[in-house]
Design a protein around this ligand. Structure first.
Ligand code: SF4
Length: 65
C-alpha cells in the first residue's frame, strides 16, 4: 500500500507518462487536461518511478506539503 499522493493538476501538461507507469493508481485518457489519482494502493516504487518520470515533477507525496 502506497502513501497518499496527489497530482498538481495546474502544472500537469497531460503527457500521460505517469498513467503508463502506474495505470492502477493514475488515470489519463485522451481529452483529459491532466492525469488524475484514482487509487492509493499501488506499489510505492511504481509511484516513485512515475514521480521521477513526470516531465514537470508535479506528482507529490501528501506529507511533502
Ligand atoms: S507525468 Fe506528470 S505531466 Fe505527465 S500526465 Fe502525469 S502528472 Fe501530468
Amino acid at each position: 500500500m502506497a502513501k497518499p499522493f496527489y497530482i498538481d493538476e495546474d502544472k500537469c501538461i497531460g503527457d500521460g507518462s505517469c498513467a503508463d507507469i502506474c495505470p492502477g493508481c493514475i488515470s489519463f485518457e485522451p481529452g483529459m487536461s491532466s492525469a488524475r489519482v484514482i487509487r492509493f494502493d499501488c506499489a510505492e516504487d511504481l509511484i516513485e518511478e512515475a514521480m521521477e518520470m513526470c516531465p514537470v515533477r508535479c506528482i507529490h507525496w501528501e506529507e511533502e506539503e
